[in-house]
Design a protein around this ligand. Structure first.
Ligand code: GDP
Ligand code: IMO
Ligand code: MG
Length: 435
């Protein structure tokens, strides 16, 4: 931590901040990033790819960002896609075009790391084939090719943005990759990749991306040296982390705070605070254990038109707030401050349950077991709190929340061990309470 950490809060607000999802993704990171962007100069993605879907509702429009940092909607901010992100260039170009059509200016305010790895069509095809073959044991991926792309990176056989910037070299490397992977795809009974077609499309996308490509590590360090404030925008969530999540039901990157460092080249002593985003309940999209899953709560939230995936449109599985999982997330990420979102989702629920422990084989656990099967066998121990049975969506201050809602927020802070700084009561900027 920087020494400036001892400065008063007003100074700390203007600091380098890592924001991460502290549950299973879709915590409302996009909304909170958009709100915090007023205090930042640079907004940086460091991991994941277009498996992410970050929603921002502003000016009567809903924007869903997949690869571009959520700061792009605010004029004067620089958005940077770091080396740890896996980029599907076609998807990135289409996202840029879509935002431009919606009137968002994209030019010098977007930077893309030359070290970021590429997602190629055979990654998507392999992702799909592997899921198909797993049948009921599938992960429930977004089928964006994320796992196979990170596997290529770790195997040292991936192609990077820097390759794409050298067309002849790229075409040669791509041909070898397509040949090798077509043999696999054929063996799996899947359609092989048309090299010429992919080569043409990727080179065209590469040409469009060229103005944005740079050594983002140097850019970031220069900016930090000049006192600029960086906001690191986590994608996915803690329990989708490749190391700390519910393996194998996870994504393929480090979604926890450390990922922000390795995914950008910014060292730990340049970070001032970590903000964790948690929903006031729990959701998960895709397969894998979710100890507090509750069908009635899922049905209620879905009937309100809530909790459908921003990337795939799938209905999210919903459950009660899990303080065991969230406390563990607070520890792993070093969460200093909490943003609790979607408090309004519980406006009609009474009583409200909070999971304060797990029971496994007759023993009480206060941390989640590492093994997914064991986690799946955990029975939540609940504490109940009275609901507030009224709308919270127009509250502007903590004092305007009904007392049971304030108590609920306070209890989440106590159980997770982090300071609650933000409570969100709706998708819009104005529906944000600062504590
Ligand atoms: P992210 O991936 O973490 O950015 O989250 P998503 O955008 O995938 O999903 C969060 C959903 O909740 C989006 O539809 C947001 O617009 C919405 N949202 C965020 N905060 C709030 C809130 O406090 N109340 C309500 N009603 N919706 C919210
Ligand atoms: P944001 O950033 C929620 C989930 C998928 C699947 C698992 C692996 O919007 O919070 P992948 O395609 O990454 O190989 O899928 O991870 N997943 C997400 N769930 N929010 C996300 O991103 C997710 N990105 C991936 O549903 O269970
Ligand atoms: Mg999302």
């Amino acid at each position: 931590m920087r020494r400036e950490n001892f400065l008063p809060k007003s100074e700390l607000e203007m600091a380098n901040t890592i924001l991460i999802g502290a549950q299973w993704g879709d915590e409302g990171k996009g909304k909170i990033i958009d709100v915090l962007t007023t205090k930042a100069d640079l907004i940086v993605r460091s991991q994941g790819g277009n498996n992410a879907g970050h929603t921002i509702v502003h000016g009567g429009k809903t924007y869903i960002l997949h690869l571009i940092p959520s700061g792009i909607l605010r004029p004067g901010k620089v958005c940077l896609i770091g080396n740890g992100v896996v980029i599907d260039p076609i998807a990135l170009v289409s996202e840029i075009d879509q935002l431009r059509r919606a009137g968002v200016k994209i030019g010098k305010n977007l930077l893309v790391s030359d070290c970021a790895h590429l997602v190629l069509p055979y990654h998507r095809a392999l992702d799909e084939q592997r899921e198909l073959r797993k049948g009921r044991a599938k992960i429930g991926t977004t089928k964006r090719g994320i796992g196979p792309a990170y596997a290529d990176k770790a195997s040292r056989t991936g192609l990077r943005i820097s390759d794409l910037m050298q067309p002849r070299l790229f075409s040669k490397k791509l041909q070898a990759k397509n040949r090798e992977n077509n043999a696999v795809l054929r063996a799996l009974g899947a359609k092989p990749i048309d090299h010429e077609e992919v080569n043409k499309n990727y080179l065209a996308a590469g040409a469009k991306l060229r103005p944005f490509v740079t050594n983002t590590v140097v850019y970031l360090h220069d900016a930090i040296k000049r006192g600029k404030n960086v906001l690191f925008e986590g994608a996915q969530g803690t329990f989708l982390d490749i190391d700390f999540g519910t393996y194998p039901y996870v994504t393929s990157s480090n979604t926890t705070a450390g990922g922000a460092l390795t995914g950008t080249g910014v060292p730990p002593n340049r970070i001032d605070r970590v903000v964790g985003v948690m929903k006031a309940y729990t959701t998960r999209v895709g397969e894998g254990p979710l100890p507090t899953e509750d069908q009635r709560l899922s049905d209620l939230l879905h009937s309100l038109g809530r909790e459908f995936g921003a990337t795939t449109g799938r209905a999210r599985r919903c459950g009660w707030f899990d303080a065991v999982a969230s406390g563990y997330a607070t520890m792993i990420n070093g969460i200093d401050e909490l943003a609790i979102t979607n408090l309004d989702g519980l406006d009609t629920v009474d009583p409200i349950r909070i999971c304060v422990g797990y029971r496994l084989n007759g023993k009480r656990l206060n941390v989640p077991p590492s093994d997914a099967v064991q986690l799946d066998n955990c029975e939540p121990i609940y504490e109940e709190m009275p609901g507030w049975k009224q709308s919270t969506s127009s509250a502007k201050k903590l004092s305007q929340l009904p007392r049971p809602a304030r108590n609920y927020v306070k209890r989440i802070g106590q159980l997770t061990g982090a300071k609650v700084s933000i409570v969100s009561v709706g998708p819009m900027r104005a529906q944000t309470i600062f504590l």
